[in-house]
Design a protein around this ligand. Structure first.
Ligand SMILES: Cc1ncc(COP(=O)(O)O)c(C=O)c1O
Length: 463
């Protein structure tokens, strides 16, 4: 005990000294472009969402003239769904009924009338919770019959972490960088056939729009993936948390659910699909509320029972997060008092992100030794960087991945914090980093200029 106490004291006093000594860095602030946390980067909350959550949290405000009637009406409805009319009660493990109904109506509107059943909707603690729960229910077997989970490379690391926690088998399929990170069914087939030799591939995950790669898959590609899943009897996991984040002209978000339905009853009645959404991304950026939902279709009734049982272990998702999710799926509509302000705020965030996506792509592609695919959606650039062999050798001498070495140098020399591509997976011998486009425009311009200067100097130094 005493030893730890001393250790803590000596570490903190060392930190004090460092702070006082003020070790000089060649920058005045660290710009955090490493994590998709919009509010932390200065994005303002959507007023309506916060009004409803505030009203639900402190219902005395329902008497206040400062809140619009449409927000009060939403709050009353949510509170009626809560035990004792309080956000402080546990809810059903699957989430509050009326919110699941709102989610189902949202999905139907989004998908042009394709039916959605509230009973297939599960409110979750962010999308992460739903993804982990579904994986937990799907993984089984031992040795060569252990469940294989196909994930894109580059991937969002929640997947590799959840797979490893469950002792499942990660099966990589590579996105096609030369073709704007498209998903190619031949590559899926290659990955599946190779994996069959050492595991039982049962699950196929797709992230669309992509993180970290920012692509938006086209309709044909999604049809091909669904056909492949049907043929191979794979359970589809469609991570669609960036469904509102589509920027490039000619790109459009297509939900897996809608396309599955439109492919006809043979597909719609057979392919098992879980799709995920969240309050964390889109125009809301409410990561901290931990709101989300999943829609699961064609799940065998017995497995569904097991899923509900599994979810009930964590009692229920945060109720404030459920309320926030309700506003995402049930926002103000034309004719309501808050509509004009809501649309203005939503469009302002999304237009701004679209502008930054284009700016980032253009700036990166002007830098020699960097190539960046169009940021069609999501919130990230994943440029490919050329790292000279001398730098690769030096990285090896430091026992670091070359792109980690590059990112550490970038941080040390400019204060810009990005994530090395090796954290997401990439083709052998290629190097990338992931950078969010969340900093405000003016800061983003400075950031991109700094990356440019750094990269040119880096190339000169290791030429
Ligand atoms: C592709 C993807 N899926 C899931 C998540 C998890 O989001 P949540 O905050 O809803 O758990 C993220 C977060 O960045 C993500 O990028």
């Amino acid at each position: 005990m005493e030893k730890w106490g001393n250790h803590t004291r000596s570490t903190s006093s060392k930190n004090q000294i460092n702070k006082q000594a003020g070790i000089k860095k060649p920058f005045t602030e660290v710009i955090k472009a490493n994590i998709g946390d919009a509010h932390a980067m200065g994005q303002r909350p959507i007023t309506f969402l916060r009004q409803v959550v505030a009203l639900c949290t402190y219902p005395n405000l329902l008497d206040s003239p400062s809140f619009p009637e449409d927000a009060k009406e939403r709050a009353r409805r949510i509170l009626q769904g809560c035990g004792g009319n309080s956000l402080g009660s546990y809810t059903a493990s699957q989430g509050i009924n009326c919110i699941r109904e709102d989610v189902a109506s949202y999905i139907e509107r989004r998908d042009g009338g394709v039916p959605a059943d509230p009973d297939n909707i599960y409110l979750t603690t962010g999308a992460s919770d739903g993804i982990s729960a579904i994986l937990k229910i799907l993984v089984s077997g031992g040795g060569k019959s252990r469940t294989g989970v196909m994930i894109p490379i580059p991937q969002y690391p929640l997947y590799s972490a959840a797979i490893s926690e469950l002792d499942a088998i990660q099966v990589n399929y590579y996105l096609d960088e030369e073709n704007c990170w498209a998903l190619n069914v031949n590559e899926l087939r290659r990955a599946l056939n190779e994996a069959k030799a050492y595991c039982n591939p049962k699950v196929l995950c797709i992230i669309n729009p992509g993180n970290p790669t920012g692509q938006v898959q086209n309709r044909k590609c999604i049809e091909d993936v669904i056909h492949f899943a049907w043929e191979e009897k794979l359970f589809l996991l469609a991570d669609e948390v960036y469904q509102d984040n589509v920027y490039s002209e000619g790109c459009q978000f297509h939900s897996f659910k809608k396309i599955l339905y439109e492919m006809g009853p043979e597909y719609y009645n057979n392919v098992e699909l879980a799709s995920f959404h969240s309050t964390s991304k889109g125009y809301m950026g409410e990561c901290g509320y931990r709101g989300g939902y999943m829609e699961v279709i064609n799940l065998h009734p017995e497995i569904k029972g097991q899923l509900v049982k599994l979810l009930s272990v964590r009692l229920c998702p945060p109720v404030s997060g459920q309320a926030a999710m309700d506003i995402v799926v049930n926002p103000p509509v034309p004719g309501e008092e808050s509509y004009a302000q809501f649309i203005k705020e939503k469009e302002s965030v999304l237009n701004n992100l679209a502008k930054k996506a284009k700016l980032t792509e253009d700036m990166f592609n002007k830098i020699p030794g960097i190539h960046c695919n169009p940021l069609q959606g999501a919130m990230y650039a994943f440029p490919r960087i050329f790292i000279p062999s001398k730098a690769i050798e030096e990285a090896k001498a430091h026992k670091m991945a070359p792109d980690m070495f590059y990112c550490m140098k970038l941080l040390e020399e400019t204060g810009i914090c990005v994530v090395p591509g090796s954290g997401f997976g990439q083709r052998e011998g290629t190097y990338h980093f992931r950078m969010t486009i969340l900093p405000p425009v003016e800061k983003l311009k400075i950031l991109l200029e700094k990356v440019k200067d750094f990269h040119i100097k880096f190339l000169e130094k290791y030429a």
